[in-house]
Design a protein around this ligand. Sequence first.
Ligand SMILES: [Zn+2]
Length: 275
Amino acid sequence: MSLPSMTVGGVEVQGLSDGTLPTSLDKVVDMDAAQAERLVGGTDNGTFHIPVNNFVIRRDGKVIMIDAGAGNTMYPTLGRLPGNLRAAGVDPSAVTHIVITHLHGDHANGLVDDAGNAHYPNAEIVVHEIEADFWMAPDGANDSDKVKGNRARTKINLKPYLNRIHRVRRSEEYLGFVPVIAPGHTPGHTCWLLTAPGGGGFMALGDVVHVSAIQISHPDAGMIYDLDKDQAVKSRKRILDMAASERFAIAGAHVNAPGFGHIVRKGASFAFEAG
Ligand SMILES: [Zn+2]
């Protein structure tokens, strides 16, 4: 499935789906289930699906992808990215850079094929050093199984790319993208801002918004996937406030179709305007 595209400062940002991720009301925290169910528009015994979106930017002869999907590791409803990339006229071998928002499975497991070989043989991985350091570190005594499991998987995902990882530091711009660190979901979760020469721009939100039907209007609601829920809430409010103030378009990894849109203030909270 091809998703909409948008143009920022003469640069086209194209959305590409990896499929959908089943999730459930019991994974939403700090909101009662009835309200969450209303906001997502109904569930199947508590289960509902969120999209997994990736983005491709062709610029100055480079083919830059944001995040890499889940591959075949999570659910049969995922792993569509390579096919959709080809359908959009991009062979995986033509991808020159993969910019990572964070190193969770639905964003990074698709970096490698089922045998652990690079799915993108010519791509450099671009990741913020805080995120890379956290998931590449040895396990600590107090780390949860969730952290240990994702660390083990990250080492598989990055193994064929180890000599071509560009670690971005602080807020250094790279490839026209400025990293905006938004920790909480993961320690180095990064939103990437592509600015337009005349103002405005585009920000890839990553998982600052995990369920767009809930967390844009109710940013205090978290998901059990957040490693530090309180910090994730603070980051979400800060990023949504920034998007509303600076009027750049946003697109998130899990923002419902059409995916691209603007954040506006609504009372003490926010709303999403498509397009
Ligand atoms: Zn995600």
